[in-house]
Write a protein that binds this ligand. Structure first.
Ligand SMILES: C[S@@+](CC[C@H](N)C(=O)[O-])C[C@H]1O[C@@H](n2cnc3c(N)ncnc32)[C@H](O)[C@@H]1O
Length: 283
């Protein structure tokens, strides 16, 4: 039988609505009713950490001026951060081709900029760096940088630390592990791997909410926003396309995740140039 405290820690309908409204407003995440049990279990940890024993009390906190910090924890608890190295390999093949076209410019002192938007724990950005360095080791000394951003402060600090347990290293062959990671023993005896300076120098990890203004002033050669907009509704997605267009160089590219599409690319001045790969339409 449930104890009185456990009963209060059931996510009631009104609290679910308050939480999903706030998640939508703050981050664009759409929480469907079928996810209520999952949300309840993720948020019970927050209630326990705060010593709050009911969801209505939790909703009072997150709706108040004192709830600023907790709203960040809430969004962090609600995001899905699953990622892995070299996810959707075909994009990394396209990246190599793009690098070939940029090398003369880079060798002449030019820049190349990539944005991993919704980078989660950094595996996407680190995969891009490994791809670039494997393809043309000279890029380590050229002006090629990756900005990797996410709304979730916890994954951003994880990504900055750059330490991956063995179970997160799937997809990274041994020679790449040796070249780009320092191996060490984790707290629970599991082998872990920390990115070497060579990799870190090329990536900057920052917190950034895609729904808020973007502080970047220079356009990007490539934006990787993969497996992020799938959590947004159509209205939030279509508001992003023109912003991505504006943030790309005319010869840049946008990668989306495998189940994401710009449904009518010409409306947003994009051409589909490969699987979930878009380029600004030439003027
Ligand atoms: C499933 S992960 C995708 C990671 C990586 N791009 C990949 O494809 O493997 C989705 C990420 O999007 C982030 N995210 C969700 N809403 C966001 C928003 N409004 N602004 C920025 N990032 C957001 C989440 O925190 C999460 O880390």
């Amino acid at each position: 039988m449930n104890s009185p405290a456990q009963v209060n820690m059931q996510l009631d309908d009104a609290s679910f609505r308050a939480i999903s409204d706030l998640a939508y407003r703050e981050s664009g995440l759409t929480l469907v009713a079928e996810k209520a049990t999952m949300i309840q279990s993720r948020l019970r940890h927050r209630l326990r950490a705060l010593g709050i024993d009911s969801f209505p009390d939790y909703c009072t906190l997150i709706g108040s001026d004192d709830g600023v910090q907790e709203r960040r924890h809430l969004i962090s608890a609600l995001t899905t951060n699953v990622s892995h190295f070299f996810r959707e390999k075909h994009h990394f093949e396209t990246l190599k081709k793009m690098l070939d076209t940029r090398l003369p410019h880079l060798r002449a002192g030019g820049q190349m900029r990539i944005w991993s938007a919704g980078c989660s724990n950094g595996q996407e950005a680190v995969s891009a760096v490994m791809t670039l360095l494997e393809h043309a080791p000279e890029v380590a000394d050229l002006d090629l940088r990756i900005l990797a951003t996410d709304i979730d402060p916890e994954v951003v600090s994880f990504a900055r630390a750059g330490t991956y347990a063995e179970r997160l290293m799937g997809g990274v062959p041994d020679p790449l592990r040796a070249r780009y990671f320092e191996a060490g023993a984790g707290a629970e005896g599991e082998q872990e791997y920390t990115t070497k300076d060579l990799v870190r120098r090329m990536i900057r990890f920052n917190e950034l909410n895609l729904l808020k203004p973007w502080p970047m002033t220079r356009p990007f050669d490539l934006i990787m926003c993969r497996n992020v907009v799938i959590y947004f509704d159509a209205q939030t997605q279509t508001a992003l396309w023109p912003r991505f267009h504006k943030t790309l160089k005319p010869d840049g590219m946008l990668f989306l995740g495998h189940s994401e599409r710009i449904s009518d690319p010409s409306t947003y001045k994009f051409d589909c140039v490969g699987p979930t790969t878009y380029a600004p339409t030439p003027p």
